[in-house]
Write a protein that binds this ligand. Structure first.
Ligand SMILES: Nc1ncnc2c1ncn2[C@@H]1O[C@H](COP(=O)(O)OP(=O)(O)OP(=O)(O)O)[C@@H](O)[C@H]1O
Length: 341
C-alpha cells in the first residue's frame, strides 16, 4: 500500500500538534518517524490509522493508494497495529491471541477452523515461537509477548503495519535482537510499515527512510545515510548523535559555526600544523566498540570536546588523562545561521 499525507495540520484545542505535514510512504518500505517526546509522531501515526480525525479546525488529507481515507474508520483501513504496551488477552493462550482477529471476522469472510489453525501455526513459526501455542501471556518474556502481538497484527493480513515504540519497554539486548528480527521479517513480507521511535539508533538500523520530526514539523526526510551524514540543519545533526560545536571568528567580525561528530575528529600531537585546537584529555572511556575521549579546551575548561577513536588508533597514541594534545578535523560541516548546510 502506498500512503500519501498531504498538507496535514492537526490541532488539539489551540495547540498545533502537526503543521503542514507532506509525506509519501512508498509501497513496501519501512519508514521510521523519529523525534523527541511530544514532537507529534504518535499523533501522525494515529491519524494514518484513523484513530484521530481531521477536525473542522484542521486541514489536509491522507490517501491510501490514491484514495482519500478521511471518512473511513480504523476497521476499514486494513491496518495492523502494535503498541509499546500491547495488551494481549490474559485469559487466552498464545494460539488464541493470534487467532483472535480471524475468529471475529464476519461469517462470510471467516476461515474454517482448520484454515485458522494452519495460519496460526505458520505465524508461530514466523515469530519463532512454535511450541509456545498453549502458553498464556504471563508465561512469556516481554520480547516474546511483543512477537505474539506482531503475529496477532499480521494474522488478518493488513496492507499496512503501524508500530508505536513496539520495543520501548524491553531491555537493550532484547531490543537490539528484536529490531534486527523485525527488519528481516518486514523485508520478507514486503508490508508497508511505519515505526514510531525516539531512539535514533533504532531508526538508523531498521528504516529504509527516516522522517525527523520536531514540534509538529518535518525537519528532514531521507535514508539513514542521508540524515546521518548530510543533516539538513542543526536540529537533525544534534538529534542524531553527539556533536561538537566550534566557532571561528572571521576577519569581518562574523562567526562561522562548525558541527563535527566525535568520530570525525582525530587526536594529534599538540604542535600539529592542522590541529584546530589544543586540548587536555579529561576522561577516557574504554568500554564499548569505540574509545570515547573527553577533552577540554586548553584555555577554557568549560569547552568540552568529544572524540571517538577505534581501539587500534587509541592504543597507537598511548593517551593518558592530563595529556595535552591537538585535535584535527577529518571533516568540517559548516552551518550558516538558520540556512542549513
Ligand atoms: N488528545 C490530545 N489532547 C491534547 N493534546 C494532545 C493529545 N494528544 C497529543 N497531544 C499533544 O500533542 C503533542 C504531540 O503528542 P504525540 O503523542 O504525538 O507526541 P510523540 O512525538 O508521539 O511523543 P512521545 O514520544 O512522548 O510519545 C504533545 O504535546 C501532546 O501533549
Amino acid at each position: 500500500m502506498k500512503i500519501e499525507v498531504k498538507n496535514l495540520t492537526k490541532h488539539f484545542g489551540n495547540f498545533v500538534a502537526l503543521e503542514n505535514i507532506d509525506l509519501d510512504i512508498v509501497e513496501g518500505e519501512l519508514l521510521a518517524l523519529l523525534g523527541p517526546s511530544g514532537s507529534g509522531k504518535t499523533t501522525l501515526l494515529r491519524m494514518i490509522a484513523g484513530l484521530e480525525t481531521v477536525d473542522e479546525t484542521d486541514s489536509g488529507e491522507i490517501l491510501f493508494n490514491g484514495i482519500d481515507v478521511g471518512t473511513k474508520n480504523i476497521g476499514e483501513r486494513d491496518i495492523g497495529f502494535v503498541f509499546q504496551h500491547y495488551a494481549l488477552f490474559r485469559h487466552m493462550t498464545v494460539f488464541e491471541n493470534i487467532a483472535f482477529g480471524l475468529r471475529v471476522k464476519p461469517k462470510k469472510q471467516r476461515l474454517s477452523n482448520k484454515e485458522i489453525e494452519e495460519k496460526v501455526t505458520k505465524l508461530l513459526k514466523l515469530i519463532q515461537l512454535d511450541g509456545f501455542a498453549s502458553r498464556f501471556p504471563w508465561q512469556l518474556s516481554g520480547g516474546q509477548r511483543q512477537r505474539v502481538a506482531l503475529a496477532r497484527a499480521l494474522a488478518v493480513e493488513p496492507k499496512v503495519l503501524l508500530l508505536d515504540e513496539p520495543f520501548g519497554a524491553l531491555d537493550a539486548k532484547v531490543r537490539t535482537d528484536l529490531r534486527r528480527w523485525l527488519k528481516e521479517l518486514q523485508e520478507e513480507l514486503g508490508i508497508t510499515t511505519i515505526l514510531v521511535t525516539h531512539d535514533q539508533e533504532e531508526a538508523l538500523e531498521v528504516a529504509n527512510r527516516i522522517v525527523v520530526i520536531s514540534k509538529g514539523k518535518i525537519e528532514q526526510i531521507g535514508t539513514p545515510q542521508e540524515v546521518f551524514h548530510n543533516p539538513k540543519n542543526e536540529f537533525v545533526i544534534n538529534f542524531l548523535g553527539n556533536v561538537n560545536l566550534f566557532h571561528e571568528r572571521k576577519d569581518d567580525g562574523s562567526e562561522d559555526k562548525y558541527l563535527i561528530r566525535p568520530h570525525e575528529l582525530e587526536i594529534v600531537s599538540f604542535d600539529d600544523n592542522e590541529s584546530i585546537l589544543k586540548a587536555r584529555v579529561k576522561y577516557i572511556q574504554l568500554a564499548g566498540s569505540f574509545v570515547k575521549v573527553e577533552l577540554t579546551h586548553i584555555n577554557d575548561e568549560k569547552r568540552v570536546v568529544l572524540v571517538e577513536l577505534s581501539h587500534y588508533e587509541f592504543n597507537d597514541k598511548n593517551l593518558k588523562i592530563g595529556d595535552i594534545v591537538g585535535v584535527r578535523a577529518r571533516k568540517l560541516r559548516s552551518f550558516e545561521a538558520g540556512a542549513g548546510i
